[in-house]
Design a binder for this molecule. Structure first.
Ligand code: GTP
Ligand code: MG
Length: 341
């Protein structure tokens, strides 16, 4: 159904007039009704959806300024709508004991390398996003494959006896590598391959859709790992130029918040990769910064920087974690997978 162009598109419309009007507008709204939010009538709801605010979540994490612009409403109204969205989603306080209880149910997946596992406090954590950023061939994709195999190990051996979902945006997923790694661990290769579901994402919207689908199917398929390799490449390709940066960051931000929510709800590890880009204008500090910059820096819980060393050696630096000290670990990539040096 194509959006109906009507007088609602005029600039100075009295929105109240349209509150009781046509039902077609309602049909275009997504599952979570934006119009359930006080202050959002069908006309404003339609504008918000068209501007990309398609869910109550998106509104909850928006700033009053951007929401005001998108809905052609005042900032005071926008602030009230955001507050209502946050209340609706129960974004607020809870006691620390409840949080601790939930965190104690978090699982860990071994990376296959003792030094790395120690760095991560026992492995890659569920209920959280782990971001691995680094230059090409630094091992981000190899690690993704390794985790997809290791998650299948029993809990005593570093896994969670669970399955993996792999969203591939760059076409670099290789089942042959899963076979190599599974053989090394003495696992049934057929079974290992069947426990990894894979999809190629062709653009950022497709990627978001696949991830939402992944979070929906996770409970019934016992999936405890979602890989998004890479999380930023489509966004980078689709939003070029300075003027589009804000739109890109907003969309990416929303995507990451959905992933974070899914990780918590499903007690699942979300592993995302991100390539670094050279910044010719950077004279000080690290000349490479992760694509996505600012927004991505504040959503993932654990951020790691991978860099190449001699031969097949790689160095992983824990850059940011809410509960682990900074540090480095060295590992190597072999035919058998990620290993200690
Ligand atoms: P980009 O996606 O290009 O940003 O790189 P990446 O960080 O994902 O790198 P990736 O994980 O694909 O690492 C590639 C490297 O892994 C290769 O350069 C090899 O060093 C190593 N590698 C991959 N497959 C094998 C293999 O079968 N045997 C061995 N020994 N090394 C491998
Ligand atoms: Mg890769």
């Amino acid at each position: 159904m194509s959006p109906k162009k009507d007088e609602n598109d005029e600039e100075d419309v009295d929105y109240e007039e349209f509150e009781e009007e046509d039902e077609e507008i309602d049909d275009e709204l997504p599952d979570y009704e934006l119009t359930d939010l006080p202050g959002v009538g069908p006309a404003i709801g339609k504008r918000l959806v068209e501007a990309g605010f398609k869910s109550v979540e998106a509104i909850a994490v928006a700033s009053p300024g951007e929401l005001a612009a998108a809905g052609s409403i005042g900032e005071t109204t926008a602030t009230k709508i955001i507050k209502a969205a946050r209340e609706m989603l129960d974004i607020g306080f809870e006691t620390a004991d409840l949080l601790l209880e939930r965190r104690q149910t978090a699982g860990r997946i071994t990376t296959g390398c003792k030094a790395l596992d120690d760095l991560f406090g026992g492995g890659i954590e569920t209920q959280a996003i782990t971001e691995m950023y680094g230059s090409f061939r630094s091992g981000k994709t190899q690690m993704a494959h390794q985790l997809a195999v290791n998650i299948q190990l029993p809990p005593g051996e570093g896994g969670l006896s669970a399955t993996a979902i792999y969203v591939d945006t760059e076409g670099t997923f290789r089942p042959e590598r899963l076979v190599d790694m599974a053989e090394h661990l003495g696992l049934d290769t057929e079974a290992v391959l069947k426990n990894v579901v894979w999809a190629r994402a062709y653009n950022s919207d497709h990627q978001i859709l696949l991830c939402d689908q992944a979070m929906e199917m996770a409970p019934e398929t016992n999936a405890k790992l979602l890989v998004v390799d890479s999380v930023t490449s489509h966004f980078r390709a689709e939003y070029t130029g300075r003027g589009t940066l804000a739109a890109r960051q907003q969309k990416l931000n929303k995507h990451l918040h959905h992933l974070q929510r899914g990780a918590e709800v499903n007690n699942m590890a979300v592993y995302i990769t991100n390539q670094v880009m050279a910044r010719p204008d950077a004279f000080f500090g690290d000349p490479t910064t992760p694509v996505g910059g600012h927004v991505l820096a504040h959503v993932p819980q654990t951020r790691c920087y991978l860099r190449k060393s001699k031969g097949e050696r790689r160095i992983c630096r824990l850059v940011d974690s809410p509960h682990l000290p900074e540090g480095e670990a060295v590992f190597t990539i072999t035919k058998e997978g990620i290993q200690d040096v």
